[in-house]
Unconditional design. Structure first.
Ligand code: PXP
Length: 254
């Protein structure tokens, strides 16, 4: 049983997403680099949890990665999954600490936007219920929007994860005006969700450059970061990249 943020206080947790370690492994079809080994390095470097997304097309991690992780890992595991019967069965079999419900389209390169829980309420509801009944902490990956927050609250999900992709893309593009507007949307959505009693996480596209203003949003309890850390590992190593991300999060929070 892992303590929730309400118990542990305002520390901003770092969930490290290991999907793209598996992307590199799968490029050659062998066993190297092993996502489990990366998860153990992440843990030792200060990660508070490990996140992974078993996709319908298994383009990166697979169910056997999840099982090995569950067996060997003493940190909370956060399984990102589509609202699909097959994924629900996997989640109920493996019972990770948390499941984050995400939209999934086969042709997309990555999760391009949040789950539209306002439009898909009836489709999402049984997944929130079944996972919650199994004692799995459910989060909904949604765009920064009070409307989405309200529906997440009505669905009874204890956690939301706000999609930071639009803000991070604006930062990367050097578009200051768009970045300011996207950051304001993240701040407003996080504050609104916290007022509704939801635990608020955030993630997608976060880099060293964009993490500071996001981490400074006090309502946030957890960031989930993957692709940038795996890319940065090429230059500095995975542990060093995670430690630097952690340092920047703490500095922004101080
Ligand atoms: N959070 C969610 C819900 C995601 O789907 C992803 C991408 O798998 C991430 C966080 C991590 O995004 P990135 O790999 O861009 O850091």
């Amino acid at each position: 049983m892992h303590e929730d943020a309400a118990v542990t206080g305002p520390k901003l947790r770092l969930g490290v997403n290991i999907d793209h370690v598996a992307t590199i492994r799968n490029a050659r079809g062998g066993a190297h680099p092993d996502p489990l080994r990366a998860a153990l390095v992440a843990r030792d470097a200060g990660a508070d949890g490990i996140t992974l997304h078993v996709r319908e097309d298994r383009r990166h991690v697979r169910e056997d990665d999840l099982l090995r992780l569950k067996e060997a890992m003493d940190l909370p595991i956060n399984l990102e999954m589509a609202c699909a019967k097959e994924m629900l069965e996997i989640a109920l079999r493996v019972r990770p600490h948390a499941c984050c419900l995400v939209p999934e389209r086969r042709e997309e390169r990555t999760t391009e936007g949040g789950l539209d829980v306002a439009a898909q309420h009836n489709h999402v509801a049984p997944y929130v219920r079944r996972l919650g009944e199994a004692g799995i902490r459910v989060s909904l990956f949604i765009d920064p929007s009070p409307v989405q927050n309200a529906v997440a609250q009505a669905l009874g999900a204890p956690v939301i994860e706000i999609h930071t992709g639009a803000y991070c893309a604006a930062v990367e593009a050097g578009d200051a005006a768009r970045a300011a507007a996207e950051l304001a949307a993240l701040q407003a959505a996080a504050a609104d969700a916290a007022e509704r009693g939801l635990e608020v996480h955030a993630g997608h596209g976060i880099t060293f450059q964009s993490v500071g203003p996001i981490a400074a949003i006090k309502a946030l309890r957890e960031l989930n970061i993957g692709h940038f850390l795996v890319g940065e590992a090429i230059f500095t190593g995975f542990a060093a990249a995670i430690q630097e991300m952690r340092r920047r999060m703490d500095a922004a929070r101080a």
